[in-house]
Design a protein around this ligand. Structure first.
Ligand SMILES: [Zn+2]
Length: 258
């Protein structure tokens, strides 16, 4: 057995069980930004009554499901909608998703963006892709599952490394938070409450460029790619796996040429 490969495997076995965490916080949350208070007030906007009614109803259901497992009031989103325009913290449809978000409308169902203001989140927006088949009609609960996922991003959960959970980077069949989602949501809320209670200020709060580059997450990419970067350990792990993959692919190539 290749010596380097052997020691990389030993290192991986030693590190994996302790350090790989399933749920993840978003980069801005890890950088010290957070909501000044809970619940987070949001408003639903739509360009037609039919889209607005369905959206308002599904958002209410999704909020209830999350709050049941978190046991706290995290979102304040009225079961109503406004036709036309948008402002403040909002959940809305985009009929021209690419133009509005810059994401591929063929593979991205929604985007959640947060803008910071000082150490706090100044604005959060969930933009839903109205062009994607089944979204506006909630066919196969695609809209509902997307909303559940985006609400996780709103409270600053990133994509989980666990598959088949609400916060996986690809749309899954999960129609309610799974245990990893529950652990993640409670952890992020607990940490936010802690920061609120001590008046924590991010070291980056004074240096960031206000609102010029919203932190976006192209969510529920059905192709299975996407997701934001993790911490240093994830980078190391990625490097290690990359090296292992290279060793394997080189071996394959060698075999092939022989
Ligand atoms: Zn996402």
């Amino acid at each position: 057995m290749n010596k380097t490969f052997f020691w990389l495997m030993v290192l991986a076995v030693l590190l994996l069980p302790k350090n790989v965490r399933a749920y993840k916080f978003t980069t801005d949350f890890n950088n010290g930004f957070y909501f000044q208070s809970f619940p987070v007030g949001m408003q639903i906007f739509a360009d037609s009554d039919s889209k607005g009614q369905l959206l308002a109803q599904l958002v209410s259901q999704a909020v209830s499901q999350w709050e049941d497992v978190i046991g706290r009031n995290i979102w304040d989103i009225p079961n109503s909608y406004v036709v036309g325009g948008h402002f403040g913290n909002n959940i809305r449809w985009a009929s021209n998703f690419a133009a509005e978000t810059g994401f591929d409308p063929g593979s991205t169902l929604a985007v959640t963006t947060r803008r910071t203001s000082g150490t706090y989140i100044g604005q959060v927006e969930v933009v839903l892709n109205a062009e994607f088949p089944g979204m506006t009609s909630n066919s196969g609960q695609v809209l509902y599952r997307t909303i559940l996922h985006e609400l996780g991003h709103v409270i600053m959960l990133d994509h989980s490394e666990v598959s088949q959970v609400v916060m996986a980077s690809s749309l899954t069949s999960a129609t309610s938070p799974r245990s990893d989602d529950v652990l993640g949501a409670n952890a992020v809320v607990d940490e936010a409450l802690h920061r609120q209670s001590i008046g924590f200020t991010s070291e980056l709060a004074s240096s960031e460029e206000k609102s010029s580059s919203p932190i976006a997450c192209g969510s529920v990419d059905i192709s299975g790619s996407g997701g934001e970067g993790g911490g240093p350990f994830n980078i190391i792990l990625s490097l290690m796996l990359g090296i292992i993959a290279t060793i394997f692919s080189n071996r394959k190539k060698q075999k092939h040429f022989i």
